[in-house]
Design a binder for this molecule. Structure first.
Ligand code: COI
Length: 372
């Protein structure tokens, strides 16, 4: 496969590739055991926005630092949003992304909540296709590995008045990635936080904005201090209903009257509407399970584990795909889930999702988007 040719590029981008590309040996070295978010490809895309002129011409250029005025409003008032999705090598050597339009739409929902401009969905997808085509040698081959795309938008106007910025940058970078958690898909231990909340009604919980993640870190530290890997968030009003695990959506598996139920907390406006969450609800049905969105309280969780109706729990997201939960701890006790082991439903769903994304299984919903 070749990198970008002139007729693949629309008038919306200038192409300024690196003058000295990395050798294939050096690239292979960097792509060995990439982990998550530590290795970056050679190029990035930047598109400027100005309130008067709208979105300007994008540029594909060598990956590198960006220059910001110290008064840029993102540094003070935090207008910053991001997305995450992946490009996968297919059995025929082509490259496809998974539901990129869904990420583009969520990016715009986040932009609206943060009073930032929306990026046309086709421009979001074209930018990703362009970068991936340029960086196709950075897409790993192995199942479970992919090229992680990280689009973001920041407010760049130098202005200290508290108001929406009039200037922004859309930036897209790419990172070859393997397992998100260093231990791979081994079950995690979670801490149910009672001291902190992630999101309140009317807040920014359903937006993928930087501030949500900044505000989560102290609770994550608390979880670590309690000997746990991850924090589980409860709702802000009743402080009872399970919302998310860390930055991921959460699922519970029940056996009720001989039926397997795959349930996830219903979207209340305070949860992130995950693309993986939505996909798993569909895949669960295809695998013959009943898929449900429910309100699940921490007491329900403990009781269902005690009486054996809950057989598994796991978290899901683009980065880590599916992460089983093996142990649940809170200030009131500790429970094992499925004896602390990965359960069969989580394994089946993970396999079905990865097989779809890597082109091993058919794609009846047309979720895979061919890039090159
Ligand atoms: C994901 O699960 O894909 C996330 O959004 C986590 C990410 C912030 C690393």
């Amino acid at each position: 496969m070749n990198a970008i040719t002139a007729n693949q590029v629309s008038a919306r981008f200038d192409i300024q590739p690196a003058k000295e590309p990395l050798s294939s040996e050096e690239r292979a070295k960097r792509m060995q055991n990439p982990g998550f978010g530590k290795v970056f490809s050679e190029h990035m895309i930047v598109i400027p926005y100005n309130e008067e002129t709208g979105w300007g011409k994008g540029v594909l250029k060598p990956y590198g630092p960006i220059v910001l005025d110290p008064a840029a409003s993102v540094l003070h008032y935090g207008q910053a949003i991001f997305e995450g999705f992946k490009a996968y090598k297919q059995p025929d050597g082509s490259i496809k992304t998974f539901r990129p339009e869904a990420n583009a739409h969520r990016f715009n929902a986040s932009a609206r909540r943060l009073a930032m401009p929306e990026l046309p969905v086709d421009l979001f997808v074209e930018a990703a296709d362009l970068l991936i085509t340029q960086e196709q040698a950075w897409v790993p081959d192995a199942v479970g590995e992919s090229l992680y795309l990280r689009p973001l938008m920041i407010a760049t106007e130098a202005a200290l008045g508290v108001r929406a910025s009039k200037e922004y940058l859309f930036i897209l970078i790419a990172s070859p990635s393997g397992a998100y958690f260093p231990q791979g898909v081994k079950p995690v231990t979670v801490w149910i936080s009672e001291n902190y909340v992630r999101a309140a009604p009317g807040g920014t919980g359903s937006a993928k904005c930087a501030g949500n993640y900044a505000a989560s870190l102290v609770a994550q530290k608390e979880a670590k201090a309690e000997g746990c890997d991850q924090v589980v968030w409860l709702d802000a009003v009743h402080r009872r209903y399970i919302e998310e695990m860390g930055g991921m959506n959460i699922f519970f598996v029940y056996k009720e009257n001989g039926e397997t139920i795959v349930a996830t907390p219903v979207l209340t406006g305070t949860l992130l509407p995950g693309v993986t969450r939505l996909t798993l609800l569909d895949l669960a049905k295809k695998l013959g399970f009943r898929a449900e969105e429910r309100r699940i309280s921490v007491d329900d969780w403990a009781e269902a584990l005690r009486n054996g109706t809950m057989t598994e729990a796991f978290a899901c997201g683009t980065a880590a795909v599916i992460t089983p939960i093996g142990t649940v701890k809170s200030a009131h006790g500790e429970w094992k889930v499925n004896g602390g082991e990965t359960g069969p439903v989580a394994s089946k769903l993970r396999e079905a999702l990865l097989n779809l994304q890597h082109g091993v299984d058919p794609d009846p919903n047309g979720w895979m988007h061919k890039v090159c």
